[in-house]
Ligand binder design. Structure first.
Ligand SMILES: NC(=O)c1ccc[n+]([C@@H]2O[C@H](COP(=O)([O-])OP(=O)(O)OC[C@H]3O[C@@H](n4cnc5c(N)ncnc54)[C@H](O)[C@@H]3O)[C@@H](O)[C@H]2O)c1
Length: 264
């Protein structure tokens, strides 16, 4: 018996990275997982999960387009009868200092991280109300909500918005048996983060990974499956009384009060 047996779960941004790890863990616990992404590789990602004997399906959608998102969710419910879990995870980032960022980049980041998250929640919500059951887990971040780095003004703003939506929607959704929570990852080893390391140190990207890990109390980056474990917990009957919360999962990376010059 898996703790998510019989549940229907939608995971966005599931072709790679955190969404992919989450999809695999939810499927391992018995859920039928619909992997959603605009990347073509989402099909292969779903097939890989099915090849391991778990239940998976896929849909190609740009989460920033409400009509497409609604049609996708309607189609999933028509096929599977319900939608129990949404891991609202697709997100993008561009590191640009505030004086250099332009409205086009701003709108691109807002479009996925704010509008896309809103669209997905909006599309599943009527079905969850009808069922009087639902689990919405939004991917926020420690960036913007707890800590900041250079070039992260716009991204930070979107993650603040995701955390705010989590609390406000949890308040409204509670009476309908729907919980809404956010996961706040620190550094997770995903293709996006690997790209950041390649961009910064093209000659030795692994040295950038090692240097980042050195500043994290647990001395390593998070694995995508570890975010999946937290999402599975929040979606399960072990978390029936948890709503409106933000769960930091960062290996302690946000703990230091100041840069420790004595041990550097
Ligand atoms: N990696 C980290 O260290 C980290 C830390 C904190 C928060 N996060 C958040 O976790 C989430 C996933 O990040 P990741 O590192 O796995 O990123 P990633 O770039 O490796 O994967 C993101 C996935 O989302 C998909 N996607 C992007 N825009 C989309 C759209 N408009 N419609 C549908 N799919 C879309 C991409 O195709 C990709 O498959 C994001 O919300 C990110 O902000 C990541």
């Amino acid at each position: 018996m898996g703790k998510l047996d019989g549940r229907i779960a939608i995971v966005t941004g599931a072709a790679q990275g955190i969404g992919n790890g989450s999809a695999r863990v939810l499927a391992k616990h018995g859920a039928t997982v619909i992997l959603v992404d605009f990347a073509e590789s989402v099909e292969a990602a779903a097939e890989e999960i099915k090849a391991q004997g778990y239940k998976a399906d896929w849909r190609r959608v740009d989460v920033s387009k409400l009509e497409d998102v609604q049609a996708m969710v309607d189609d999933v419910v028509a096929k599977y009868g319900r939608v129990d879990i949404l891991h609202n995870n697709a997100g993008v980032n561009r590191r640009v200092k505030f004086e250099d960022i332009d409205p086009k980049t701003r709108d691109f980041i807002f479009g996925v991280n704010i509008i896309g998250v809103w669209n997905m929640a909006k599309a599943v919500y009527p079905y969850m109300i009808k069922q009087q059951y639902g689990r919405i887990i939004n991917t926020s971040s420690v960036t913007g909500t707890r800590v900041v780095d250079e070039g992260q003004t716009t991204y930070s703003m979107t993650k603040g918005a995701v955390s705010a939506l989590t609390r406000a929607l949890a308040y409204e959704a509670g009476p309908h048996g729907i919980t809404v929570n956010a996961v706040l990852p620190g550094w997770v080893r995903t293709p996006k983060v690997e790209q950041v390391c390649r961009d910064n140190r093209p000659d030795d990207p692994e040295s950038a990974m090692r240097d980042m890990a050195a500043f994290i109390p647990l001395k390593r980056l998070c694995r995508i499956e570890e975010i999946g474990d937290l999402v599975a917990f929040l979606a399960s009957d072990e978390a029936t009384y948890i709503t409106g919360t933000e769960m930091v999962i960062d290996g302690g990376s946000t703990l230091p009060e100041t840069f420790d010059i004595l041990h550097a």
